[in-house]
Design a protein around this ligand. Structure first.
Ligand code: NDP
Length: 296
C-alpha cells in the first residue's frame, strides 16, 4: 500500500477530546452543561445501536444526554409536540430525530419542526440554505467529518479539483458545498453522470458517497489523490459478513496519496461531529466563543 492511511477512529478520538475540553470549560467558567436530546421512533435495530452509541459518547464528553423512545405507531402530532417541548427547553442545545421514521410520518415536516439553531444534524431547510449561501449554519455531521479530515491532511484545499460521487441531501450535496466553501473546484457525480471513470481520474480529492460496495476501482484514482470513502456496505465474503466502502480499498490504496479505510474512516467521525455541533450550538445559544476547529 502506497497511500497514507487517514485514521478516522483516531481523529474522532481527538475531536471528542477537544469537545470534552470545551464542555469542561463551559461548566467551570459559566456553570453550563450542554445537552443533546435524541428521539427514536420505533424499534429499527440499526437505529437502536446508533442511538445507544450517541447517548454513551455524549455522556463520555461530559454533556447531558436525553433519550426519548416512542412506539412505532406514535401519532405524528405526538412527535411534533415532543419536538416543540425540546425546542423550548433551555437545557437542550441539540435535537436529533433518528432517521428513518416510520412510514406514516412526514420526515420533512418533522425535521423542519426542529428549531434550526438546535438542528445538530444540519438537515433543517434553514441550515441547508445558510450552508448553500456560505453563512454560519449547523453543518451535517458526516460531510463535516470528511472536511475536518481533509483540512487536517492538506491544510488548505484551495484550488484543488474535488469530485463528490453521490448527490444525497445528507452527504453528497452538503459535502460539495463545504468543498466549494474551501475553494475547491467541485464536480458532483451521480447515477446519470457520463463517463464516471474519466470524471474521477481528474480529481485531487474523491469523496465517494454512493452505497455500492467497492464500485470505485483503483484505476479510476489519479496518482496521489486523496480518497474519502463514505460508503458503508455490508457484504458476505469468504462466508463472513464484512463491511466495505464504495471504493475498492486495496487497489485504490496503491494509487492514492491518502485514503480512509472502511470501517475506521468516516464512520467514527460522524458521531464526533454530532458532539461538536452540540457544543457549538450551546455556545451560540449563550453568546459565547465557539470552539475552534470544530465547525466549517
Ligand atoms: P443515497 O442512496 O441517498 O444516495 C446515493 C447517491 O449515489 C445518489 O445520489 C445516486 O445517484 C448515487 N449513485 C447511485 N449509483 C450510482 C452509480 N452507479 N454511479 C454514480 N452515482 C451513483 O445514499 P447516502 O448519501 O445516504 O449514503 C451513501 C453511502 O454513505 C451509503 O453507503 C451510506 O450507508 C453511507 N453513509 C455513511 C455515513 C457515515 O457515517 N459514514 C453516514 C451517511 C451515509 P442518483 O441521485 O442519480 O440516484
Amino acid at each position: 500500500m502506497a497511500a497514507t492511511l487517514i485514521d478516522g477512529k483516531a481523529f474522532a478520538g481527538k475531536v471528542r477530546g477537544q469537545v470534552a475540553e470545551h464542555v469542561a470549560r463551559l461548566k467551570e467558567e459559566h456553570g453550563i452543561t450542554p445537552g443533546l436530546a435524541v428521539v427514536l421512533v420505533g424499534e429499527d435495530p440499526a437505529s437502536q445501536v446508533y442511538v445507544r452509541s450517541k447517548g454513551k459518547q455524549t455522556v463520555e464528553v461530559g454533556m447531558n444526554s436525553y433519550e426519548h423512545k416512542l412506539e412505532a405507531d406514535t401519532p405524528e402530532a405526538d412527535l411534533l409536540a415532543l419536538i416543540d417541548q425540546l425546542n423550548n427547553d433551555p437545557a437542550v442545545n441539540g435535537i436529533l430525530v433518528q432517521l428513518p421514521l416510520p412510514k406514516h410520518m412526514n420526515e420533512e415536516l418533522v425535521i423542519n419542526s426542529i428549531a434550526p439553531e438546535k438542528d445538530v444534524d444540519g438537515f433543517h431547510i434553514s441550515n441547508v440554505g445558510l450552508l448553500g449561501t456560505g453563512q454560519k449554519s449547523m453543518v451535517p455531521c458526516t460531510p463535516l467529518g470528511c472536511l475536518m479530515m481533509l483540512r487536517d491532511h492538506h491544510g488548505s484545499l484551495s484550488g484543488m479539483d474535488a469530485v463528490v460521487i453521490g448527490r444525497s441531501n445528507i452527504v453528497g450535496k452538503p459535502m460539495a458545498q463545504l468543498l466549494l466553501g474551501d475553494s475547491c473546484t467541485v464536480t458532483i457525480a451521480h447515477s446519470r453522470t457520463k463517463d464516471l471513470p474519466d470524471v474521477v481520474r481528474r480529481a485531487d480529492i474523491v469523496v465517494a458517497a454512493v452505497g455500492r460496495p467497492e464500485m470505485v476501482p483503483g484505476d479510476w484514482i489519479k496518482e496521489g489523490a486523496t480518497v474519502i470513502d463514505v460508503g458503508i456496505n455490508r457484504i458476505e465474503r469468504d462466508g463472513k459478513n464484512v463491511l466495505v466502502g464504495d471504493v475498492d480499498f486495496a487497489s485504490a490504496a496503491e494509487r492514492a496519496g491518502a485514503i480512509t479505510p472502511v470501517p475506521g474512516g468516516v464512520g467514527p467521525m460522524t458521531i464526533a461531529c454530532l458532539l461538536a455541533n452540540t457544543v457549538t450550538a450551546c455556545c451560540r445559544a449563550h453568546n459565547l466563543a465557539e470552539p475552534e476547529g470544530l465547525t466549517a
